[in-house]
Design a binder for this molecule. Structure first.
Ligand SMILES: Nc1ncnc2c1ncn2[C@@H]1O[C@H](COP(=O)(O)OP(=O)(O)OP(=O)(O)O)[C@@H](O)[C@H]1O
Ligand SMILES: [Mg+2]
Length: 451
């Protein structure tokens, strides 16, 4: 798998490796070179010192003295005569040293003749001396390269350890990256895959407040929302099925009764009327459902315009008055005749009709329902108050849900299906307005719409 932590670590590893190798090589070479240079200059300095002493106090004793100084330690010395024969040596077996000395061209200055410390066991310098024609030759100095080799071995070991340490550090970084970066990402990937398969039961742990944490939180919220929507949809479908099957049962029942032989005309008409009433109720329900579906899909638009409240409210009053009269409920409309409303008139009418319909449905005879309309700052406020059965606190939170009715059996008696307020809420939301409910059980309710 192309893990992001692997990728990051590889880039990191390669960069560190290149940097480290360049640096180490540079350091390695520099340390060795400066050490070798040091050895060279020390050898030349000692050699020329011996030569100077020899030139000044040329004698066998001086030579022995010089050789004696170099018997112990890392250095050796040879002294030659004008013919090139060895006359003094710091080692017994002269061959051990002479085999490393290259052919010496005639030279008048001190110089390093063997500098290859890697392949030769000695670096060698020569120092010509001349007292007179017979007393002349070379002081040849040998410096063992063992010390340099040891130094190189030590350096290699240290650098190797540094290399291993950096590999370990990189692995640690990989582990940390993998824990803090890859694992949450993999979890999120798995979660989204689950979501796309329709399984919304996802739980992502809290991983902090950074970008990854926010992403994880958003996915969790999406999953929770989807889960809730799924539950709501199922509940909604079950309610619709129930809602439709109840009137259908009535329809079938009453149709059978109406078909019975021996019924008189009046009885048959009575049953047929019930059938028509139930069919109308069903038709209304289906219409409301369709409305709601359209609202949910946002396939309609709200066109706000300024219009006078008077004709608008007067029209509504005339429309609903007969139903209120029929139930002996008083209906009062109070508003300023100059009042202007800024809204989609058709939609607002739908809202008010629904609220008045509820007020009528859930009020008893001889009570009063009032509608007040006024402007508060820039918003239009419409207040519908009834003296009806009221709504309990717990139910107020739920009445705007689709198909929610406070008391299922009672509502059947009132003839509601629980869609009206859901439609009202959607319409008000689309206007960018709000709706608020104040209610006391047994005393009445007030619905306050602000648009
Ligand atoms: N003014 C009110 N007084 C008391 N209860 C109310 C009032 N308005 C609404 N309710 C309660 O809220 C529930 C939801 O109201 P909603 O208007 O959504 O549905 P409905 O009136 O039952 O049916 P529909 O409006 O779809 O015909 C009602 O069933 C009723 O229990
Ligand atoms: Mg209603």
């Amino acid at each position: 798998m192309n893990r992001i932590s692997t990728k990051l670590t590889s880039y990191f590893f390669i960069s560190v490796l290149i940097m480290e190798t360049t640096l180490m090589l540079y350091l390695h070479q520099n340390i060795i070179h400066s050490r070798i240079d040091e050895e060279f200059s020390r050898l030349i300095a000692t050699g020329s010192n011996h030569r100077d002493v020899l030139t000044e106090y040329y004698s066998d004793t001086t030579m022995k003295h010089i050789v004696l100084m170099e018997t112990d330690g890392e250095r050796e010395v040879l002294i030659t005569d004008p013919q090139g024969d060895i006359i003094e040596s710091s080692v017994e077996n002269i061959n051990e040293l002479t085999k490393y000395v290259p052919r010496i061209e005639k030279t008048l200055k001190d110089e390093i003749v063997v500098s290859d410390w890697k392949d030769s066991p000695y670096i060698i310098s020569i120092h010509p001396y001349k007292v007179n024609a017979q007393q002349a030759g070379y002081v040849i100095m040998f410096q063992s390269t063992k010390a340099v080799e040891q130094l190189v071995a030590k350096l290699n070991m240290h650098f190797g350890m540094a290399g291993i340490t950096s590999v370990v550090v990189i692995f640690l970084i990989y582990a940390i990256l993998s824990k803090f970066l890859t694992r949450p990402l993999i979890r999120m990937k798995e979660a989204t895959e689950k979501l796309s398969k329709g399984d919304f039961d996802v739980s992502l742990p809290f991983i902090g407040k950074d970008e990854l944490g926010e992403l994880s939180g958003s996915i969790q919220k999406l999953a929770d929302d989807l889960e809730r929507l799924k539950a709501e949809r199922n509940e909604f479908l079950a309610s619709i099925a129930h809602e439709l099957s109840t009137p259908l049962t009535y329809l079938i029942g009453y149709s059978k009764v109406a078909m019975r032989q021996g019924l008189n005309e009046q009885e048959r008409t009575h049953y047929l009327e019930i059938i028509i009433e139930e069919s109308n109720r069903m038709k209304e329900l289906v219409k409301n459902l369709l409305d709601l579906a359209k609202l949910d899909e946002n396939t309609y638009t709200v066109t706000k315009e300024n219009y006078s409240a008077r004709p608008f409210l007067e029209n509504i009053f005339q429309l609903v008055k007969p139903s209120f009269n029929l139930k002996n409920i008083r209906l009062d409309f109070t508003y300023d005749s100059e009042l202007q409303i800024y809204a989609d008139s058709l939609r607002l009418e739908q809202v008010i009709l629904n609220l008045l319909d509820n007020a009528l449905k859930y009020s008893n005879e001889h009570s009063t329902v009032t509608l007040e309309a006024f402007k508060k700052e820039e918003t239009t406020v419409i207040k519908i108050t009834d003296e009806g059965i009221g709504i309990s606190k717990e139910d107020i939170e739920l009445i705007f849900e689709k198909l929610y009715r406070v008391e299922k059996s009672r509502s059947r008696a009132y003839g509601g299906s629980g869609i009206g307020l859901a439609v009202v809420k959607e319409l008000i939301d689309a206007h960018g307005g709000s709706i608020e409910v104040l209610s006391d059980v047994g005393k009445g309710s007030t619905f306050i719409v602000k648009i």
